[in-house]
Design a protein around this ligand. Structure first.
Ligand code: GAP
Length: 520
């Protein structure tokens, strides 16, 4: 576990050092739950969004009948009529249970707090004053578990009681703790009994549209992009020739006032979603759900998430939201634990029926061929771009060894991104800054730039330049050297195998060769 913590720290450090992700407004100390993407991060994220848009909207996969799915895109406003969020249930139901600590003034999501039975003393038996401190509080992740356990051990030593080696852990919200709240020591507290009872906290960010700040001007920043799609479903069927079954896709920002943003960008307050609402006949919802569930899992595998770290977890009946008939999560094993990247849900006709009820507009669909009228059922694959970017970053991160200029093996950090996701596709170097090499390298750079993200670097030893590109995840480095002038060839070095080959340096050959390799 300690190694995994370290690993996450190394990934976060690399993300900052190489310009993938910075804390937002860092010069003012940052702001919890908000992040900025740097020059490499923004390319990674854009490549991810482009890949999704291409694979879902522009060139959708073939459905079960072998024909390409009918898919279109939308880009809806972030602020919508607040009635949308009444109809969707977010105003009353989009809440998390929150507890406050009166000692540390920290705030926690009650359902994320865990209790360690650290002391080897039966509650209520023996010395009660000791037994009353048998609980220690942690977040449900390896780092805070380790911290809480070590704190528990220290306190136990002071009191002269024993801590079991592998203490049982339970969620605080477990019914067993109902009567014992006052004995619980909060994660950042020294004394027991400082945590308040949980209360519901609505996660939607509020603002006001217009000059008056009153209840009539209250608006919300959307907590999901999905509702923009539901509200436009009629517009889309009325203005295009699309027929059920079809899907509407959207990529866009979403905002949630998370109680505990954490795990780097994994749980942020501002993030981007990639959502599909797939509208189908009610009788076809189950097979379409199964189809999307498998298709979305495969998408992540295709872009390089190893299936051993990915899993598709079907929700238990008790876990399902009241409107969902089925739901599965694509989960990834991050260094901080296994967590959700995307949820695929069968939302039935819940959303359209709610909007029909609240707006008074007809949300039914008329099938010309069968002469049937119905409210379509919806399958929703809903993913987070920031979470996917983080998963691809973690998956790509690798430390191995590479020879330096003198052939001595050195540790290197390499990001083994899928070429389609790699922020920079090719780096171009002159071996040395003389003999016409920079000019030739700049010529190649100019030829490649319109076709792909390329990078030119002439500073420092070439080995170090390779290493810098390995760390940025650049799949190919092209070097102009002494032989280039003689036979017109350059070397092309592969990031993963570190093998170099000589190829012709004229633009069509180079471009063809790179494009071929990037497609692999
Ligand atoms: N329309 C359904 C919906 O929004 P969700 O499971 O709440 O479902 C979908 O969110 C996806 O959005 C999640 O799988 C996750 O990838 C991403 N997401 C949700 N909350 C997030 C947060 N606080 N930070 C980053 N990504 C988040």
């Amino acid at each position: 576990m300690a190694n995994e913590q370290d690993l996450m720290e190394r990934i976060v450090a690399l993300a900052k050092r190489r310009g993938f992700i910075y804390p937002s407004s860092e010069i003012y100390g940052g702001i919890n739950g908000f992040w900025d993407y740097g020059p490499l991060g923004v390319e990674l994220k854009r490549n991810l969004k482009d890949a999704w848009w291409q694979d879902i909207v522009r060139c959708p996969p073939a459905g079960p009948d072998g024909r390409p799915l009918q898919m279109v895109g939308l880009d809806c406003s972030i602020i919508m009529n607040p009635k949308v969020w009444e109809a969707s249930g977010h105003v009353t139901g989009f809440t998390d249970p929150m507890v406050d600590c009166k000692e540390s003034n920290n705030r926690y999501r009650a359902d994320q707090l865990m209790v360690i039975y650290a002391w080897d003393v039966e509650f209520g038996s023996g010395d009660d004053s000791q037994a009353r401190r048998v609980f220690a509080f942690v977040h449900n992740d390896a780092k805070s578990f380790a911290a809480a356990l070590s704190r528990a051990k220290k306190e136990a030593k002071k009191l002269g009681v024993k801590v079991v080696d592998e203490p049982p852990v339970l969620p605080l919200m477990h019914p067993e703790f109902e009567g014992y709240w006052q004995w619980v020591v909060g994660p950042d507290a020294t004394e027991p009994g400082t945590l308040t009872q949980p209360r519901q906290f609505n996660l939607m960010f509020k603002s006001h549209a217009g000059a008056m700040e009153d209840s009539a001007s209250l608006v919300y920043l959307r907590p999901e992009t999905a509702q923009g799609i539901f509200c436009n479903y009629k517009n889309v069927t009325d203005t295009t020739r699309i027929k059920v079954p079809f899907g509407i896709a959207q990529i866009g920002k979403a905002f949630r006032n998370e109680i505990n943003p954490r795990n780097f960008t994994f749980r942020s307050r501002e993030f981007e979603q990639m959502e599909i609402e797939f509208f189908c006949h009610p009788s076809q919802a189950d097979p379409w759900y199964a189809w999307w569930r498998d298709a979305r899992f495969k998408w992540y595998v295709d872009y390089g998430l190893k299936s051993s770290k990915l899993r598709l977890r079907d929700h238990e009946k008790e876990e399902l939201a009241h409107y969902a008939r089925a739901c599965a999560d694509v989960e990834y094993e991050f260094p901080f634990g296994t967590s959700e990247l995307e949820g695929i849900a069968n939302r039935t006709d819940f959303d359209l029926a709610q909007h029909q009820k609240f707006s008074g507009r007809d949300m039914t669909y008329f099938d010309d061929e069968t002469k049937e009228r119905f409210i379509p059922h919806v399958i929703e694959p809903s993913g987070g771009i920031d979470r996917a970017a983080l998963a691809f970053l973690c998956e790509a991160y690798c430390e191995d060894e590479a020879p330096d200029e003198n052939g001595a093996m050195q540790r290197r950090t390499v990001l083994r991104f899928h070429p389609r996701l790699a922020p920079v596709k090719a780096a171009i170097f002159p071996l040395v800054k003389k003999d016409g090499m920079p000019e030739k390298a700049l010529e190649i750079y100019a030829a490649l730039r319109p076709q792909m993200t390329a990078f030119y670097d002439e500073k420092g030893a070439v080995g170090r330049r390779y290493r810098r590109q390995d760390e940025a995840g650049t799949p190919f480095c092209i070097t102009v050297d002494g032989q280039t002038r003689e036979d017109g060839t350059v070397t092309i070095r592969d990031r993963d195998s570190m093998k170099q080959e000589r190829i012709a340096s004229d633009a069509p050959t180079l471009l063809g060769c790179l494009q071929d390799r990037l497609r692999r």
